[in-house]
Write a protein that binds this ligand. Structure first.
Ligand code: FES
Length: 104
C-alpha cells in the first residue's frame, strides 16, 4: 500500500510500504521527519503521533483504550490523532494520508 506523510515543514512524501507494517515502522524505514518511534511501538512515547486525514479517519480500526489514554494526554491532540505505531497499514488502506504532528 502507498502512504502519504505530510511533515510539519516540507512537502508531502508518498512511500510504498509492505502490507501490515505500522505507520511508525513505515515512517522510520523512509526517514520521514518528525516520527521517532522512541519506545519501539509499545504505545508509551507518542513520538509517532500523527493526524489522520479526515477522509480516512472512519476507515481505520478504532484505537485501543491504551492508545486513547495516551493520545488524550497529549497537548496537541486533535480528534484525528493516532499513534503511528498502533495503526497497521493493510492493503485496504492503500492511499492513506497522514499529517505528522509537531513534537509536543
Ligand atoms: Fe512510542 Fe508509538 S512508537 S508510542
Amino acid at each position: 500500500p502507498k502512504v502519504t506523510y505530510r511533515p510539519v515543514n516540507g512537502d508531502a512524501i508518498t512511500v510504498d510500504a509492505f502490507p501490515d507494517m505500522t505507520l511508525m515502522e513505515i515512517a522510520l524505514c523512509n526517514d520521514i521527519p518528525g516520527i521517532v518511534g522512541l519506545c519501539g511501538g509499545i504505545c508509551s512515547c507518542a513520538t509517532c503521533h500523527v493526524y489522520i486525514d479526515d477522509a480516512w479517519v472512519a476507515r481505520l480500526p478504532q484505537p485501543t483504550g491504551e492508545e486513547r489514554d495516551m493520545v488524550d494526554g497529549l497537548d496537541n491532540a486533535r480528534p484525528t490523532s493516532r499513534l503511528g505505531c498502533q495503526v497497521t497499514v493493510t492493503d485496504a488502506l492503500d492511499g492513506l494520508v497522514v499529517e505528522v504532528a509537531e513534537e509536543a
